[in-house]
Design a protein around this ligand. Structure first.
Ligand code: NAD
Ligand code: MG
Length: 501
């Protein structure tokens, strides 16, 4: 068994870090012998390293998840008891929320108070919510004729591979584990290389909650090796992924190996529309939250803002001032700070690359020409706002995934909708208007999986509301009752009632 080690975060919170991969409810060394190290994005210091698995480890992980899936212990567990495991896991996440939030803030660079107040709050709610479902997942009886009894059963899919991103690590794990386990599947889950630390800790809570061995396997590793091995594995029945659209496409191709069921939650370029009648103060406030929260590293970030022409200049000026006043740059554990580092050097240079591209392509920089010098420690990118962008500019078309927003004016409702949907993505859209007919009409015309109308913290999720995208923003839905159909398959039974026709 791999031995745990004591780690102490800059906030002085200490915890025992499990080492190795979590197979059959034990932490074991990897076969690959490879490791990957992870850093604190605030000062680039190495936090620690974790086992980085290869394809032989994935074979072992999948075999263990398969055995658990077939086991009498898991198959015969009543729905109510499966639900109890999930609610007990919710209780343990609640007990250790400060540790899990500390790990994600340290490893990802995200604000500690956000990791605690938003991510962990959601983790606990999601496990509790799905804990209520297992004894309520049932089929239908279908009237056909006197001679036949026809009914359906909602059955689990089998072994599910789950690949999660680095922006909300433990929260993304909960979104995927909750419905998969509620439906009676077994899971092999892999975190992103930038944030590998919270998932093994969650694994230790899964063991403490007394899930049967092998029901959840937790690994870390690189996308191109471990992730690709999961996506193409012939004994994995389903793959669920959150991350970039390009990686989603690669996973879809790999999943064709055995025609896996897939759920993809990919990129976004979500528009935010501000109509002339809107409450300007509220629109400005939530426009900042929509793109600067988590330093723009949220798939639902509203990264394209369209404002009706009569108020466009006023909006841009107020938005700039409000963003300056609310962007105190610093470390993730300081509650006075509200703008922390990006997750990695690669993300920082990618965002700064888009800054140069936008300037070259003729967009006008309103805020963001005072970026930290390349020699400064930490992956900081200060908020970037452009005005007078147009549809052909690269950062209007591509997902930047940083505190980077392009703005443009629109004439009328028709023009607003045309601009909003002029994208290959379709994750979300926000709109601010006080006119109810305009709100409903525009909301119905926008091709997106979620539309937020004048709502507070609009781009945040709620465990009971379906989450997912149109177009290249994904396939399928997570959260709510909808996620249950992503983790079950339907068996139709035809029973002869005694008439041999
Ligand atoms: P990514 O999509 O490559 O990585 C996400 C996850 O996929 C990680 O766990 C990674 O290990 C895994 N992965 C990578 N390649 C794989 C493959 N071939 N097969 C199987 N799994 C694989 O994202 P990234 O490179 O870390 O970030 C790049 C961009 O992705 C960002 O700038 C952003 O635009 C986007 N992104 C989106 C989200 C989101 O929530 N939608 C999250 C993270 C990143
Ligand atoms: Mg890290």
């Amino acid at each position: 068994m791999a031995q745990p080690i004591q780690l102490t975060a800059p906030s002085q919170v200490s915890y025992l870090k499990p080492t190795g991969l979590f197979i059959n409810n034990e932490f074991v060394p990897s076969i690959s012998g490879q490791t990957l190290s992870t850093v604190n994005p605030y000062d680039e210091s190495v936090i620690d390293s974790v086992a980085s698995v290869g394809s032989k480890d994935i074979d072992l992980a999948v075999a263990s998840a398969r055995n658990a899936f077939k086991s009498e212990e898991w198959q015969s567990l009543a729905g109510y008891d499966r639900g109890f495991l999930l609610t007990r896991l919710a209780d343990l996440c609640h007990r250790d929320k400060h540790i899990l939030a500390t790990i994600d803030a340290w490893d990802n660079g995200k604000p500690y108070e956000q990791a605690l107040g938003e991510d962990l709050a959601e983790v606990i709610s999601v496990f509790r919510y799905y804990g209520g479902w297992p004894d309520k997942i049932h089929g239908q009886t279908i009237p056909t004729s006197e001679a036949k009894l026809a009914y359906t059963r909602q059955e689990p899919i089998g072994v599910c591979g789950q690949i999660i991103p680095w922006n909300n690590p433990v929260m993304m794990a909960a979104w995927k584990l909750g419905p998969a386990l509620a439906c009676g599947n077994t899971v092999v889950i892999k975190a992103a290389k930038q944030t590998p630390l919270s998932i093994p800790y969650l694994a230790s809570l899964i063991k403490e909650a007394v899930f049967p061995a092998g029901v959840v396997i937790v690994v870390n590793g690189l996308g191109a090796t471990a992730g690709a091995a999961m996506a193409s594995h012939l004994d994995v029945d389903k793959i669920a992924f959150t991350g970039s659209t390009n990686t989603g496409k690669a996973i879809m191709k790999a999943a064709a190996s055995n025609l896996k069921t897939i759920t993809l939650e990919t990129g976004g370029k979500s528009p935010l529309l501000v109509f002339e009648d809107a409450n300007l103060g509220q629109a400005v406030k939530w426009s900042r939250v929509g793109i600067m929260s988590n330093m723009g590293q949220i798939c639902t970030s509203t990264s394209r803002i369209y404002v009706q022409e009569g108020i466009y200049e006023t909006f841009v000026e107020k938005f700039k001032q409000y963003t300056i006043e609310n962007s105190i740059v610093g470390n993730q554990f300081d509650p006075q700070v509200n703008h922390r580092p990006q997750v990695s050097a690669a993300q920082k240079s990618r965002i700064l690359g888009y800054l140069e591209t936008a300037k070259c392509e003729g967009a006008q920089l309103v805020l963001g020409d005072d970026q930290p010098s390349p020699d400064d420690k930490g992956y900081f990118v200060k908020p970037i706002i452009f005005k007078d962008s147009n549809r052909d500019m690269t950062p209007v078309r591509e997902e930047v995934f940083g505190p980077f927003v392009v703005t443009q004016s629109f004439k009328d409702q028709k023009d607003a909708v045309e601009k909003a949907i002029d994208t290959e993505y379709g994750l979300g859209a926000a709109l601010f208007t006080e006119i109810i007919t305009c709100a409903h009409k525009v909301a119905a015309s926008i091709q997106a999986g979620m539309v937020w109308v004048c709502t507070r913290r609009y781009n945040y999720s709620h465990f009971a509301i379906p989450f997912g995208g149109y177009k290249q923003s994904g396939i399928g839905r997570e959260l709510g009752e909808y996620a249950l159909s992503a983790y079950t398959q339907v068996k139709a039974l035809h029973v002869n009632l005694g008439t041999w026709l």
